[in-house]
Design a protein around this ligand. Structure first.
Ligand SMILES: C[S@@+](CC[C@H](N)C(=O)[O-])C[C@H]1O[C@@H](n2cnc3c(N)ncnc32)[C@H](O)[C@@H]1O
Length: 226
């Protein structure tokens, strides 16, 4: 319908209900936009990773980071975050004296963001962020390992950690526990909970037993230390 009066046209437009086709177009447009963001920002780097091993980015909460550090603070040797996201755990580890601190991350946008954050924090030469597949990284010289990954990949990760980590290494897992290992300490509640596991030479497959100085709660996996 033609209108000479713009006010009348506007009123009609306001009162008009969208047709089904228009609603469908809006839904399809929104779906495409979401897919575009996912494909552009989250998917790069994962093309060669099998679907079952793909873990999306979710940043650790401030409290979760605190708990990770409380379980690693003061430990010597190289600290790594497997799937380091925007670098928050690596940067916090560096700040509390865990050096060298290194992040491995597949998503190039997140690697870039982590490097930018390191630059802004003035520690660009001291922390490192590698764009690498965590499943292909050798962990033989890593003494402190932080992971915050999906439960679906943690069983497989146990095998890798067990095969590669040196005796005395500690693994901390945020939000989800390693499925078959016994933790030596557990800190925090709910989504912020973090589990610690110590690797011992000659121990039974993947079974963590308390190391010197560890807050040992062996045999009581759900015990709290904080
Ligand atoms: C849940 S997020 C945790 C991010 C960060 N560690 C933190 O705590 O804030 C998991 C991260 O692992 C990364 N990731 C998943 N699979 C990976 C792989 N095969 N190699 C390297 N990074 C991976 C994802 O891109 C994502 O950034």
């Amino acid at each position: 319908m033609e209108h000479d009066d713009p006010a009348e046209a506007l009123t009609e437009l306001r009162e008009r209900r969208p047709s089904r086709l228009e609603l469908l177009q809006v839904a399809a447009g929104s779906g495409l936009a979401v897919y575009g963001v996912w494909a552009l920002l989250l998917q790069p780097g994962f093309r060669r990773v099998p679907l079952r091993l793909q873990v999306p980015y979710v940043g650790a909460s401030a409290r979760q980071v605190e708990h990770v550090l409380s379980l690693l603070r003061g430990r010597p040797g190289k600290t790594v975050d497997l799937g380091s996201g925007d670098g928050r755990i690596v940067l916090a580890a560096h700040r509390c004296g865990l050096r060298p601190a290194v992040g491995y991350e597949l998503n190039p946008w997140l690697v870039g963001l982590a490097r930018l954050r390191a630059w802004r924090a003035g520690c660009v030469g001291s922390v490192r962020f590698h764009r690498e597949d965590l499943w292909k990284v050798s962990l033989r010289d890593c003494h402190n390992v932080s992971v915050f990954l999906a439960p679906s990949v943690l069983r497989l990760l146990e095998d890798k950690l067990q095969a590669e980590l040196p005796a005395g290494a500690r693994v901390v897992s945020g939000r989800f526990p390693l499925p078959t290992w016994q933790p030596v300490a557990v800190v925090g509640e709910g989504l912020d909970r973090v589990w610690a596991y110590d690797i011992h030479r000659g121990g039974p497959a993947g079974q963590a037993v308390p190391g010197p100085g560890s807050a040992s709660v062996l045999g009581t996996p759900s015990s709290q230390t904080g």
